[in-house]
Ligand binder design. Sequence first.
Ligand SMILES: NC(=O)c1ccc[n+]([C@@H]2O[C@H](COP(=O)([O-])OP(=O)(O)OC[C@H]3O[C@@H](n4cnc5c(N)ncnc54)[C@H](O)[C@@H]3O)[C@@H](O)[C@H]2O)c1
Ligand SMILES: O=C(O)C[C@H](O)C(=O)O
Length: 364
Amino acid sequence: MDHAVLLQKILVVSFIVALFWKIIRYMCNLLNVEKEPVRVLVTGAAGQIGYAIVPMIARGVMLGPDQPVILHLLDIEPAAEALNGVKMELIDAAFPLLKGVIATTDPIEACMGVNIAVMVGGFPRKEGMERKDVMSKNVSIYKAQASALEKHAAEDCKVLVIANPANTNALILKEFAPSIPEKNITCLTRLDHNRALGQISESLDVQVSDVKNVIIWGNHSSTQYPDVNHATVQTSSGEKPVRELVSDDKWLNAEFITTVQQRGAAIIKARKLSSALSAASAACDHIRDWVLGTPEGTWVSMGVYSDGSYGIQPGLVYSFPVTCKKGKWSIVQGLKIDEFSRAKMDATAKELVEEKSLAYSCLN
Ligand SMILES: NC(=O)c1ccc[n+]([C@@H]2O[C@H](COP(=O)([O-])OP(=O)(O)OC[C@H]3O[C@@H](n4cnc5c(N)ncnc54)[C@H](O)[C@@H]3O)[C@@H](O)[C@H]2O)c1
Ligand SMILES: O=C(O)C[C@H](O)C(=O)O
């Protein structure tokens, strides 16, 4: 058979299969046939963020109100009993979308077939510990869990690292799980993004849902750069730049930035515990937008593997403005960067370079 005819036949068959598939999905929706459950792993599930996030996932906050889920909960042996308690409460809550709960201390069982991995588990900094001690414990955990995920998670599993140092843990996970596409490994800076939206909304006394397109550049640490240069507010007379409405560059270039940078520490000071409900909510926002897409004209901040955009060297997990469509994120391109921003973006990149070398020295 001639090649052109063969190609034509393949195209026709593919078109018919795709059409048939669309019709089946449409019929399933009409007949209210349930979607297949998505398997979501939460590590450190007996901890604070774990306790806040699992009911959100089971209620559809992360993946939508029509998406059944099976929760895979992982923690370590000393937390096994508490983990079982979380499982008992999930059963008692009788969430209609929750189709199963696996609670385990075995990373292989936990990672088996998961489609989404929310990595919260880690070693918190304790009194008398140096930064390097915490880094050493956490990067070792992320190195070990990288291989469990690589071997046992579902193909195309999307990974979100929350545990600190979040960017560097995500980088280590990426480097030790080379078969997971780098686009599938991200870290949480959405909490910082939401904090920036919250500060602008408080300052202007507007609804937070009317503020959009702030950016968190860099590390989830006090060197992050919360940038409002492209942010807008929906007003009764259309969209207006945040800078124009706030009309106080001194506040925006100083206090606003440090408030967002230091918000995690302020929460720890007030609660004697680190943020949990806002972190869990931001993690749901991160995964929901990644899987279901960002609204037209809106971007969000995600820690992703740098491709060199905005002069940030590849080889770092750095927070950028991204839009998401059909389960894929892309970095927003072409934003104008002034000198003030450039210096702040480079300073946080420099910290990530230092963290990376510290992490590798801990692994040697
Ligand atoms: N990126 C962010 O925006 C953000 C925000 C808040 C907190 N955090 C970080 O998230 C992490 C968790 O915070 P938390 O308040 O839930 O802490 P937590 O101490 O309450 O819980 C951590 C849990 O991880 C478990 N754990 C420890 N080692 C583990 C391992 N190897 N495998 C699986 N589980 C393990 C612990 O037993 C514990 O249950 C911390 O590192 C915190 O600094 C990040
Ligand atoms: O746990 C912390 O150190 C703070 C946390 O990352 C936060 O931003 O709230």
